[in-house]
Design a binder for this molecule. Sequence first.
Ligand code: FRU
Length: 506
Amino acid sequence: MRTAIALGSALALAAVAFGQTATYKEPHRPQFHFTPPTNWTNDPNGLVYHDGEWHLFYQYNPFGDRWGHMSWGHAVSPDLFRWRHLAVAIPEAEEVMAFSGSAVVDSRNTSGLGRAGRPPMVAIYTSRTSEDQTQSIAFSLDRGRTWTQYEGNPVLDVEDPAFRDPKVFWHEGTQRWIMAVVLANQRKVSLYGSPDLKAWTHLSDFGPEGAHPVSNWECPDLFELPVEGEPGASKWILQVDSGRGHPWTGSGCQYFVGEFDGVRFTNDNPPETALWLDWGRDFYAAQSFAGVPTNDGRRIVIGWINNWMYANRTPTSPWRGAQSVPRQLQLKRFPEGLRLLQQPASEIEGLRGRALRLDDLSVPEANRAIDDAGFRGDVLELHAEIEVRDSSDVGFRILRGAGETLVGFTAAPAEVYVDRTKSGEAAFHESFPGRHSARLKPDNGIVELRILVDRSVVEVFAGRGRAVITDRVFPQPSSDGLSLYSRGGEARIVSLNAWKLRSAWE
Ligand code: FRU
């Protein structure tokens, strides 16, 4: 039996036993992506903004660097990039793991859990035993620093062994809380409503339309987004993660565009229209922040950078797993329909250091300029506009050393890609090496690429965020070379803005 108090001392023991202190200078350690100091992380949980702080809770194993003993780790940030680690918020207790979920600030105190005018921060998560998955709540009255379990838990139990990952939001239209939660094995998102976060009524189910036939569904999210350039127009996005259904195999993040009337979500597209947030192998369990002030108004998501196919084997120590940079979402109309655009949250600009700017150069000229400037690095932001001309394949070689990772664009088929076949250590799983692409039409002959390079994480936002690819790579130390290539013809570098990014952990 493990109580919350016992867990505190066990944690201290675990730290001694591992003999590890994190320096954030270890090989492969990302410098501006969130990773826990030690041990395993998977899904982001409980993303909420409150009182000047962005809260990131995350699936965490306090006892080791593989999945197990799932608890909610916790960190806070003033700016979405510089995180301060806090104590485990919701520990595994008495063999009941704390699986994924969300958090809200109950500013109206609908739950009655607030005290003396202090609104409670409420976490809604899955209590998981070997037989059962039920939804529980816990609350904090001190800005998420300490947590109390609600004595009436579980608040929702349908006697299903794969019922999990509640995402809760306040719905203005019906003046109540809405929960999206999955029946994972049935590939269904169930919606529930509640006046007080405690009593939940079933509203409707969505799925398994558009689902991969053998996969499960996990970590749903449901939110409204304005349509860019169409004043007054908005749509609802139902996002759900597919454990094994991603086009390049393994886990990935799907979304549907449609309507939510306070009871039911309806998909605007035919069921077979599978839309993916990310075309890399390493973006899963995305969740959006609650509580973003209206004067900010952004919809910001974070995803887990990993793939269940090999998540337990990625070669890092003393931690395993990373979170994506926070991404701003927009919804925009294209000839094929409404699609999400993603960009790194603008706060990333605060990390920009040494810059290089090139304009209107051929690829060989650009390479000379990069060399002359001695511009290299493994923690970079690159922003390029490339006129494709008659080039059949053009892009960047990044993280060059003994190996290299390619981030490029091919004209036929028109797609952007990341090729990590020769990126470094790749033998830890047979499905890890490979090339992952996403369809992208050039805009007036120009391809726009925004690439974040962070030692062992590559995030590519191409076509103004229309095609996104996230891949992990494990290069040899000091693989920091950078150059461009063009095959089969000439391409023109219309502009390149490159920055070294400062570590967020200093
Ligand atoms: C998704 C997931 C969730 C679950 C959690 C357990 O990656 O499988 O469905 O709540 O991880 O750690």
